[in-house]
Design a protein around this ligand. Structure first.
Ligand SMILES: O=C(O)[C@@H](CO)OP(=O)(O)O
Length: 247
């Protein structure tokens, strides 16, 4: 039997609210984001979805979102696995930069390439600079794999081993699996699940705080392409807002 997969992008972070490129910078949720996370948990509860296990990144916006959501769903006690492979895409030298200013300075085409192209990473971050993670103890074990920038292709390459090695076994065991992660790490996972092309993935955005449910068949293919947002109309509005960031 194959279980149910629920993907949850963290609620709005303080840097989402300020329109700054975030990546691996460990910013907290905004007050609005905390509310989105609680509401996400209510949606889980109302849909009768009871996660058996949680997988999160190592970043507090995903960790806090999962904690708040599971608390409102009364599932705060389930086991959890955390891994850097679920982290947001490393935004390289753009981390900490204003999206609107970046768009104005570099133009629409370059901005789009950096944000949504499959294989064009932003410039690398300088080691030791304010928003670099090279001396962060939580990544001490990664060694040479510690990214200095990533495109979506790089994210997929590091998410897939975690998907195969840690998430798939839970699904195969019939569990309901909650993955609390980030806009771009979840885009990578959705690309893989739905078999979205390198070109088409540029047009896919994930809203904050709204659970996306996938029922998977025995080959781990989605029964319904794209899954189902638990609040489809809120998801539609929030997707547009993500797509329009920088404007
Ligand atoms: O800044 C980031 O890390 C991401 C997610 O918030 O932004 P974007 O949607 O521009 O890829």
């Amino acid at each position: 039997m194959t279980g149910t997969l629920v993907l949850l992008r963290h609620g709005q972070s303080v840097w989402n609210a300020e329109n700054l490129f975030t990546g691996w910078v460990d910013v907290p949720l905004s007050e609005q984001g905390e509310g989105e996370a609680r509401r996400g948990g209510e949606l889980l509860r109302d849909a009768g979805l009871r996660p058996d296990i949680l997988h999160t990144s190592l970043l507090r916006r995903a960790i806090s979102t999962a904690n708040l959501a599971l608390d409102s769903a009364d599932r705060h006690w389930i086991p959890v696995k955390r891994d850097w492979r679920l982290n947001e895409r490393h935004y390289g030298a753009l981390q900490g930069k204003d999206k609107k200013q970046t768009l104005e300075t570099y133009g629409e085409e370059q901005f789009k390439l950096w944000r949504r192209s499959y294989d064009t990473p932003p410039p690398e971050i300088e080691l030791g600079s304010t928003y670099s993670q090279d001396s962060d103890p939580r990544y001490a074990g990664i060694g040479a794999a510690l990214p200095r920038t990533e495109c979506l292709k790089d994210v997929l390459a590091r998410v897939l081993p975690y998907w195969e090695g840690e998430i798939v076994p839970d699904l195969r065991a019939g569990k309901t699996v909650l993955v609390a992660a980030h806009g771009n790490s979840l885009r990578a996972l959705v690309k893989h699940l739905d078999g979205i092309s390198d070109e088409a993935i540029a047009g896919l955005n994930i809203p904050t705080g709204i659970p996306l449910r996938y029922e998977l068949d025995e080959d781990l293919k989605p029964v319904k392409a794209g899954g189902e947002y638990l609040d489809p109309s809120a998801a539609e509005d929030a997707i547009k807002a993500v797509a329009n960031q920088g404007r």
